[in-house]
Design a protein around this ligand. Structure first.
Ligand code: ADP
Ligand code: MG
Length: 285
């Protein structure tokens, strides 16, 4: 069963002048077809302006397609009667944690979502405690979010999304504003949510190292999906990626340079661990 099913989805932003005349139409999504099975961890990459955020906003019905359909666990996002069911099923985590954290105490902030959908107080306490535990922030329940690091704030924002008990989470460049430590903290939480909590993850990022951790990488360009395959396959085509304005993950880049220098390394090395292992194997020979 698919968690997300986008069928021939197109979307345009329309700019109008003061007299409501159309001055510009920007096609942000152009006939997108994408099926994401339940439990998958999908990374979405693509140059700035390629339509990633526009697509993300279609998943929880913040935007509706001009053409085509989006289904979330079988529910049509254009059906108003299931809007809240869709938003409970598919949560979003955005880029800036400061814009997502509203309350002055961590646990109150995490409680905000479940309160909003009318969960009873006793259950809310349970959900908040559980969500904070999953993201490893339970010790900070009574703290002020203001004093937390970027990575910790983003984990609180993730706990807030988790407290709704979603089956799918969309991360729109949620690591972009973090330092390397914060990015690693968030990545570890995201991997855990996928592996242990069985949450379907759609992870938009411009860090290729992060995309390399997914089950599948979808590459967007000018509103279209131009590549869709396992990370090793996508990152094996460095020429195509480069033409799309994208780089290789550092480890893949280094492996490529070592291959060019004559080391017999195989073509599907995309992460540091595998690269180190491969080099150690060469040493032994
Ligand atoms: P990405 O997230 O990949 O950077 P976006 O989905 O934000 O891409 O943008 C896709 C295209 O739509 C770009 O050309 C962008 O300029 C345009 N766009 C995005 N948001 C708006 C908006 N609110 N109004 C007008 N154009 C927009
Ligand atoms: Mg974006």
């Amino acid at each position: 069963m698919d968690m997300i099913k986008a069928q021939n989805v197109s979307y345009k932003y329309i700019r109008r002048d003061e007299e409501d005349r159309i001055v510009e139409e920007i096609t942000a999504l152009n006939n997108i077809d994408l099926h994401i099975p339940k439990g998958q961890f999908v990374a979405v990459i693509g140059h700035n302006g390629s339509g990633k955020s526009t697509f993300a906003k279609h998943i929880n019905a913040l935007l509706l397609p001009f053409d085509g359909k989006v289904f979330v666990d079988g529910m049509d996002t254009s059906d108003e009667t299931v809007l809240w069911d869709i938003r409970k099923k598919a949560g979003m985590v955005f880029q800036n944690p400061d814009n997502q954290i509203i309350a002055s105490v961590v646990e109150e902030d995490v409680a905000f979502g479940p309160e909003n959908i009318g969960i009873e107080p006793e259950k809310i306490r349970e959900r908040v405690a559980e969500a904070l535990k999953i993201v490893g922030m339970e010790k900070y329940a009574k703290h002020s979010p203001a004093r937390l690091s970027g990575g910790q704030k983003q984990r609180v924002a993730i706990a807030g999304a988790l407290a709704i008990l979603p089956q799918c989470l969309v991360f729109d460049e949620s690591t972009a504003m973090l330092d390397p430590v914060g990015r690693r903290e968030v990545m570890n939480v995201v991997k855990k949510l996928n592996k242990e909590e069985k949450i379907t993850v759609i992870f938009i990022t411009h860090y290729m190292e992060e995309a390399a951790m997914a089950d599948r990488v979808v590459v967007m360009d000018r509103g279209k999906i131009v590549m869709d395959a396992a990370p090793a396959e996508v990152f094996a085509d460095s020429e195509k990626l480069s033409a799309l304005g994208l780089e290789l993950p550092q480890a893949a880049q280094l492996a490529q340079e070592l291959r060019q220098a004559g080391l017999p390394l195989c073509a599907d090395i995309i992460d540091t661990e595998t690269l180190v292992e491969a080099i150690c194997e060469l040493e032994k020979k």
